[in-house]
Design a protein around this ligand. Structure first.
Ligand code: FES
Length: 294
């Protein structure tokens, strides 16, 4: 028997925003849905959004879910969280936000919160005309063939939820929960991510010390710091179907490659300036400028 919080039980017995959204045929308003899972596999969620086109804002959100107590509560929580948000703000909602709204979920049920986050992204990508296969998670190497889970999807839940074991990954995205032949690969991936995190923390500490002592950054420190800023920006770009990769650093010029939707996006210059250059200037050096290379 799972231990559920009162909030989970309340939203299961009295779900808010259940059902579909009919197209109102109003000018300036769009209706879209995104879905994940399949009834044959156990859980399925269809998330409906009503969007104010000019403001790029979610006016209403409703859900249709086939699943367990936590799947229904997570779906209901998600709709409550995202109503009134802009689409960009909604893309920052993580599975952790859904679980926190519910006062927590049993670890074995965390995949329900991940399903909510994925349905939200699916709906927004569909509205924005971004093919799901352009999304970074789906371009990664397949790790778990039983559940069709890529390395990027595992990386994301490991980072966002600070996971350290294969069992936890299985609870969040099901990978490893079938034949288990992917367990060793998942374990290696977790170890690599934890190592990257430890390196990043070490670099951050070295840089903080250098700044405190008014010492200029070494070239290696500068590049490491630039890499860590780009790592922070990547989830935002990935959420929009794009990505960024460091190409080279020449003096104060940081050369990057914009990938996916970012590479072909008309506002890629704004992305470079607002999302990347401003952060680099704040966190690395005020004199840095960013250039896109192809
Ligand atoms: S390949 Fe991952 S559980 Fe079978």
């Amino acid at each position: 028997m799972w231990e559920y919080t009162d909030k989970v039980l309340d939203l299961f017995y009295n779900p808010k925003n259940q059902g579909a959204i009919e197209d109102p045929n109003e000018s300036g308003v769009a209706v879209v849905f995104g879905e994940v899972g399949s009834i044959a596999c156990g859980d399925a969620l269809r998330l409906h959004l009503k969007i104010e086109v000019d403001a790029d804002k979610i006016l209403d959100a409703r859900f249709q879910t086939f699943g367990c107590t936590s799947a229904i509560a997570s779906s209901s929580a998600l709709t409550e969280i995202i109503k009134g948000l802009t689409l960009d703000a909604a893309l920052n909602v993580s599975n952790r936000d859904i679980a926190d709204y519910l006062g927590g979920l049993p670890e074995e049920k965390m995949h329900c919160s991940v399903m909510g986050q994925e349905a939200l992204e699916a709906a927004i990508f569909k509205y924005r005309g971004i093919e799901v296969e352009h999304h970074d998670e789906d371009e990664g190497a397949l790790i778990c063939s039983c559940f069709g889970v890529s390395d990027n999807k595992i990386r994301r839940v490991v980072l966002e939820n600070d996971l350290t074991t294969v069992e936890q990954v299985t609870s969040y995205v099901k990978a490893g929960g079938g034949c288990s032949s992917c367990a060793a690969q998942i374990e290696d991936l977790i170890a690599a991510i934890q190592e990257e995190k430890a390196t990043t923390a070490k670099v951050a500490a070295e840089i903080a010390t250098a700044k405190e002592q008014n010492r200029p950054l070494t070239t290696v420190q500068k590049i490491n710091l630039i890499q860590s800023v780009l790592q922070d920006v990547r989830p935002i770009l990935i959420a929009d179907g794009g990505d960024v990769e460091l190409f080279d650093v020449e003096g104060d010029v940081v050369k990057v490659v914009l990938k996916g939707a970012c590479g072909s996006c008309e506002s890629s210059t704004a992305t470079l300036k607002n999302a990347i250059e401003v952060r680099l200037q704040e966190r690395v050096l005020p004199s840095l400028v960013v250039q896109a290379v192809s």
